[in-house]
Design a protein around this ligand. Structure first.
Ligand code: 5RP
Length: 270
């Protein structure tokens, strides 16, 4: 155990180490953003330097791209790669259904694009991110700059009839200026305290014209790796071999649910 590291960092590193077991030679891999994902990038760099192991990586932010390059990883764009075998990323919260809140680091848009363009997504976390119900962590929503105050007001109005416990939206700042994402947008953080139906809320947010994307990830994660401060890790769902395949993968489930009619999605708010 590395005593020079905080317990939180040890847990993050442990989750990244465990997730490395799912990465195979030749893979096209999506790289997440954040402090836990940074551990993964560093460890992948070490493994690549040891030789006999080559992967092509698609980073989800300029920060991750810079780090991946420093670590000697081969990076490309999503358009070049086309489709990915696996994405490994962090999260701000996860619930028992493997639904997530992401975007604390401001990269939710690219993170969602990359994760949904992957056969599988594995989330690397620590025990502090586990919640019975999403919503304690403020939900990041990426919005266009044009008319942002009006968009924020429309989001707050929509929240009046949504199944949430709080309704306040705040513009994310970087020092005294609005935080600007890699794609040139703003982020508003929604202080909801409890999200009754993550899938419905995500759909409601995304139909507001000024909203680009939100940080709710439903039916995207296939497995969560929870790093522990003693260097161990727990994986959910529990798996017997190294394949994080559930009876039905998140990708298959997403497709099936898209094919099903979602005509009742807005029933409780109209
Ligand atoms: C960035 C994210 C991160 O995955 C999330 O914020 C977790 O970060 P960290 O690993 O630093 O706790 O969604 O947009």
């Amino acid at each position: 155990m590395d005593a020079s590291m905080s317990a939180g960092e040890r847990a993050k590193k442990a989750s990244a180490e465990r997730a490395l077991c799912f990465v195979e030679d030749g893979m096209r891999l999506g790289l997440g953003t954040g402090s836990t994902a940074a551990w993964l990038v560093k460890l992948l760099g070490e493994r690549t330097r040891q030789g006999g192991f080559e992967i092509t990586c698609v980073p989800t932010s300029t920060r991750t791209a810079d780090l991946a390059q420093e670590c000697g990883l081969k990076i490309t764009t999503l358009d070049e790669a086309g489709w990915l075998d696996l994405t490994i990323d962090g999260a701000d919260e996860f619930d028992p259904d493997l639904s997530l809140i992401k975007g604390g680091g401001g990269a939710l848009l690219q993170e969602k694009i990359v994760a949904t363009a992957s056969d599988k997504m594995i989330v690397i976390t620590d025990p502090s991110k586990e919640v019975p119900q999403l919503g304690a962590f403020p939900l990041p929503v990426e919005i266009v700059k044009f008319g942002w105050e009006t968009t924020k007001a429309i989001v707050e109005e929509m929240l009046e009839s949504a199944d949430v416990a709080g309704r306040q939206a705040t513009l994310r700042l970087n020092r005294d200026e609005p935080f600007v994402t890699d794609e040139g947008h703003y982020i508003i953080d929604l202080h909801l305290r409890r999200i009754g139906s993550p899938a419905k809320l995500s759909a409601l947010l995304n139909r507001i014209p000024g909203v680009v994307e939100n940080g709710i990830f439903v039916n995207i994660a296939d497995a969560i790796v929870i790093g522990l401060e003693d260097g161990g890790a727990r994986v959910i769902p529990e798996i017997e071999n190294e394949s994080p395949t559930k009876p039905e993968s998140a990708k298959t489930r997403r497709k099936r649910e898209d094919d099903d009619s979602d005509q009742n999605l807005f029933d409780d708010i109209v």
